[in-house]
Design a protein around this ligand. Structure first.
Ligand code: COD
Ligand code: ATP
Length: 258
């Protein structure tokens, strides 16, 4: 099974892109980590993540009157350069619960013989998920466009330009994520067809590489003989990490020589 992480930055177009992959005609299964991050903070969730957050930040600071998480309040506490410590705490509790849920879902798709699954996550690089997937796709647009699109989308929910800048500054800049990616989808163009065409090309390549001829045999062997699948996954992880480290080293050298 090919596990793809689809990443980008806030409002760079991840959801728009993942809808293209998961909708007709491709219908590729999708695991959306923003959605899982919402599920794990529900009051009755077995992971008890909300309780851990309340123990740290205080009920008055982050809960609504009905005991649910006040997302805007937690957002104000964790987004922004000065809020790094708070963000680390929230990430620690929420990400560990999200990681477990993701692993179960990947396992479920693997058991049912799914050829490709996409994990939509804003923080694949920051949280290290890039190492454990077979391929990473980055949805890119310039930072100013991220800000504009975020404000246009969320200003009616009370998001100010300052809030938007704080959210943007809580993530690694998209330029810095390019070296980690196998594919960069350019989402600067406002025409939907430009993104659609790029998605089509990626899916066609997957079809050729993983669903035909030798690729199909490899996929079947990995599925039918789990130890072989595990060895191949470990090798792929090693190969990706080496490839990315090499790119990062080359970039550093280039920066130094400039
Ligand atoms: C702080 C919270 C409650 C704010 O909720 P809100 O509904 O306003 O935003 P939402 O969850 O829809 O997130 C919108 C976007 O913010 C960005 N974002 C969210 N959390 C983080 C974070 N910890 N660091 C950097 N960017 C983040 C992402 O690009 C995300 O797509 C929420 O974002 C949250 O629980 N964040 C911590 C968990 C997390 O890291 N989620 C990301 C996927 S695991
Ligand atoms: N190519 C595009 N042209 C114009 N608007 C776009 C384009 N791509 C995305 N948008 C709009 O920009 C906004 C952000 O896109 P989207 O929600 O897909 O981003 P995201 O990366 O999933 O954001 P978040 O990290 O906040 O979940 C949406 O309102 C979307 O409709």
């Amino acid at each position: 099974m090919l596990v793809v992480s689809l990443t980008g930055g806030i409002a760079s177009g991840k959801s728009t892109t993942s809808r293209l992959f998961s909708g007709s005609p491709y219908n590729i299964p999708l695991i959306d980590l923003d959605v899982l991050a919402r599920e794990v903070v529900e009051p009755n969730d077995a992971s008890k993540t909300l309780k851990k957050l309340v123990d740290h930040f205080g009920a008055e600071a982050i809960l609504n009157e009905d005991g649910t998480l006040n997302r805007a309040a937690l957002g104000r506490l964790i987004f922004g350069k000065e809020q790094e410590q708070n963000r680390k705490v929230a990430n620690k509790y929420i990400h560990s619960a999200v990681r477990k849920r993701t692993a179960w879902l990947v396992m479920k798709y693997w058991l049912t013989g799914t050829p490709v699954v996409i994990i939509d996550t804003p923080l694949a690089v920051e949280a290290g998920l890039w190492k454990f997937c077979g391929e990473m796709i980055l949805v890119y647009c310039p930072a100013e466009q991220q800000l504009e699109r975020m404000i246009k989308r969320d200003s009616d929910k009370g998001l100010t330009r300052e809030d938007a800048e704080n959210r943007l500054n809580s993530q690694l800049a998209l330029e810095k994520k390019i070296s980690y990616a196998d594919v960069v989808l350019d989402n600067a163009d406002n025409a939907k067809s430009t993104l659609e065409q790029q998605v089509k090309e990626v899916v066609e390549r997957w079809e050729t590489q993983h669903n035909r001829g030798l690729g199909k045999v490899r996929t079947l062997v990995q599925w039918l003989i789990p130890p072989v699948g595990l060895i191949m996954a470990l090798y792929a992880t090693w190969a990706r990490t080496s490839r990315v480290s090499k790119r990062l080293r080359e970039e550093k050298q280039k920066e130094r020589s400039q």
